[in-house]
Design a protein around this ligand. Structure first.
Ligand code: FES
Ligand code: FES
Length: 181
């Protein structure tokens, strides 16, 4: 048996027939080939699969694709705008907030959602609020730096409006010109 779903993914309408048991992360990766969303644990522990569902960060291994019927989904592939990195992506690059990069898409998606909810953050806030995203490489220090820098970048280009549209609402002009470390 299959069911039909229709949703918006990274701003584009998508309709598909799926097995009712398909997880959202499987749908994104296997059917839409959006493989930037990673699978680390498959048990809602690591955060590697984080995407935005109607503007909020969720672990896409933890819900069925059918539950996203009618929703707006944004993946890491939907953050950059006309080839310009989102300020949070640029900050992770600038601050070396990654090593192997496996956790990075989920970490960035969680960080963007966090800043949209809470634009003024301390390092302790970042550590506490992103505790659902695990990184086995970095020791987190540069990730925290990146999220704080990304929060400032989002403020200056207006990308912290709190909606999917808001993610790409700003020009991101400053993000592209972040100096190399
Ligand atoms: Fe979803 Fe780990 S793969 S939380
Ligand atoms: Fe390797 Fe985070 S950079 S898991």
């Amino acid at each position: 048996m299959t069911i039909s779903i229709s949703l918006t993914v990274n701003g584009a309408p998508v309709s598909a027939s799926i097995d009712p048991g398909t997880l959202l992360v499987q749908f994104l990766r296997d059917q839409l080939r959006l493989t930037g969303t990673h699978i680390g644990c498959d048990t809602a522990q690591c955060g590697a699969c984080t995407v935005h569902l109607n503007g909020r960060a969720i672990k896409s291994c933890n819900i069925l694709a059918a539950q996203a019927d009618g929703a707006q989904v944004t993946t890491i592939e939907g953050l950059a705008h006309n080839g310009t990195l989102h300020p949070m992506q640029a900050a992770f690059k600038h601050c070396h907030g990654l090593q192997c990069g496996f956790c990075t898409p989920g970490m960035v998606m969680s960080a963007v959602s966090l800043v949209q909810r809470q634009p003024d953050l301390t390092g302790d806030d970042v550590r506490a609020q992103l505790d659902g995203n695990l990184c086995r490489c970095t020791g987190y220090h540069n990730i925290v730096k990146a999220v704080l820098e990304g929060a400032e970048g989002m403020k200056s280009c207006g990308a912290n409006a709190g909606t999917n549209a808001g993610i790409n609402a700003g020009s991101h002009a400053g993000a592209a010109t972040a100096p190399a470390a």
